[in-house]
Design a protein around this ligand. Structure first.
Ligand code: FAD
Length: 459
């Protein structure tokens, strides 16, 4: 604890406080994305709400830069920092399901794997993301797109209430009946307004789902993506699908001759009656005799963790994501060209079909925007060796530029450090952004919570 001026104690703090040199500090200073090799002055591992209040008060009163960490999966590394205080909620992992009311209360450090495990024990779930390793906190506060979104909406659409520690160090509850404007802002406005210590969600009956993927060699991408576009036009809302351009995973998922080769994949999750699901995915499974067909009935938590290994913690990532209105022939051509230029075997391009329940929520009903977008398009540059950084970042940026003419909006949780204009763009209209600024002025006038896709109180 001697390398910086880290304090030895925070009054009223009960969890572990880690300063440089302490056991566990090196491990705790890293988050999911290894690109961000930062050294906080102090990592405060919160054991409960009292610790969160103590940590917020301490950072504010000492003018410290503050990072708030839920699941640690911030793409631009916002949940760690140099020389500041990291308020790490990851020890706060309790989940309490009420199977009768079909609701759940989960603490701010829970990830979707833990959440789904607990809710899944009752055959219940609410929408999370595409993998189980992300935190419920960051994903929900930004919106939350994932496998159940077309049937049950975004993660934030299922939020009933949230307990929030404000910049003043006070605990408030936000819901449809209490602090309603704050509740509006929490559903899409990210970590701008306070630290959410506990989330209450509505649950749905989601036991077994029909999930999996069909896979083809990449030279079939033009026809497979064109078929995917047509398929999506009539796909039922119970089915959420993604089309991916990736490198084939290892055996036993694919035959040896395809391992390590580029492939085009259409993956899906049907949440509902399984025989109806079989009918719904049949056109995907029948199209063009796919050499690999992994669709099968699965418990939802298994489906939600199926892609976890594609994005392990400790590797480096740079991501570009936007919404597009259509998978047009021109866009298909552009994306295939970009896929051919992938600088390494871990890079990926995803199209995710939106619509359904997402678009039934009004554009101004929550802070989360672009509810009429048809697809989310994301390019993931992923590398292991530091010397690969430059080429990978250049590839993702190039792809972002190449697809720009097709984009209709952006998603705050897919943004990197891209500047204020892109944050503003993520909220659609001036009016909406102004409403968020007003909320920020009310709850965080001095911008204590600034390490996020920041809505500046003075904007
Ligand atoms: P953290 O790094 O802990 O937090 C990110 C930010 O959220 C923090 O900087 C802070 O501002 C805020 N925050 C975190 N916890 C709290 C809290 N308790 N209270 C207040 N603010 C808080 N997004 C999707 O929508 N769908 C996906 O399918 C999806 N897949 C992803 C897969 C991977 C591998 C990764 C890395 C990201 C993915 N994302 C996805 C993006 C993801 O939603 C964001 O990265 C999100 O911020 C992660 O949340 P976290 O709690 O894990 O992150």
């Amino acid at each position: 604890m001697t390398e910086t001026q880290a304090p030895v104690a925070i009054e009223g703090f009960r969890g572990a406080l880690l300063a440089p040199g302490d056991d566990g500090y090196e491990q705790s200073r890293f988050t999911w994305n290894a690109m961000f090799d930062r050294r906080p002055a102090l990592i405060a591992r919160c054991s409960g709400v009292a610790d969160v209040i103590a940590g917020v008060n301490y950072a504010r009163d000492n003018g410290m830069l503050l990072s708030v960490r839920g699941g640690g999966h911030s793409i631009p590394g916002h949940s760690t920092c140099d020389d500041g205080l990291v308020l790490d909620l990851s020890p706060m992992r309790s989940v309490r399901v009420d199977p009768v009311k079909k609701t759940v209360r989960a603490e701010g450090g829970v990830n979707w794997g833990t959440y789904d495990h607990e809710t899944g024990a009752f055959g219940l779930a609410s929408p999370g993301g595409q993998v189980s390793t992300t935190g419920i906190a960051g994903l929900t506060l930004g919106g939350g797109i994932g496998w159940l979104m077309r049937k049950h909406g975004l993660a934030c659409d299922n939020l009933i209430s949230a307990d929030v520690v404000t910049a003043a160090g006070e605990l408030v509850t936000a819901s449809a009946d209490e602090n309603e404007e704050l509740f509006w802002g929490l559903r899409g406005g990210g970590g701008n307004f306070g630290v959410v210590t506990s989330f209450e969600f509505e649950l749905h009956e989601v036991g077994m789902v029909l999930g999996g993927a069909v896979m083809y060699p990449v030279d079939r991408a033009p026809e497979v993506l064109a078929h995917y576009r047509e398929f999506c036009k009539t796909a039922p809302e119970a089915l959420t699908t993604y089309a991916l351009l990736v490198t084939a995973p290892p055996a036993p998922f694919v035959p040896p001759e395809m391992v390590g080769h580029p492939v085009v994949v259409v993956a899906g999750c049907y949440a509902g009656d399984l025989s109806e699901g079989e009918r719904a995915v049949q056109p995907l499974r029948e199209y063009g005799n796919p050499p690999i067909d992994l669709f099968q009935p699965l418990p939802y938590p298994v489906l939600q963790s199926m892609f976890d290994e594609t994005g392990p913690a400790g590797h480096s990532y740079y991501i570009k994501g936007d919404y597009v209105s259509d998978v047009s022939d021109e866009l298909i051509e552009t994306v295939i060209e970009q896929a051919a230029a992938m600088p390494g075997p871990h890079c990926e391009i995803h199209f995710g079909q939106m619509g359904g329940a997402i678009a039934r929520v009004g554009e101004n009903d929550t802070a989360c925007s672009y509810r009429n977008a048809q697809f989310a398009l994301i390019a993931i540059a992923h590398w292991i060796e530091p010397h690969d950084e430059e080429g990978h970042i250049a590839w993702a940026r190039g792809l972002g530029e190449a697809v720009r003419p097709h984009t209709v909006g952006t998603y705050v949780n897919f943004l990197g450090d891209e500047g204020d204009e892109r944050v503003k763009y993520a909220y659609g209209t001036e009016e909406k952004y102004d409403r968020l600024v007003a909320l920020k002025r009310k709850w965080d006038p001095n911008n204590l919570f600034c390490l996020n896709q920041n809505i500046k109180p003075g904007a």
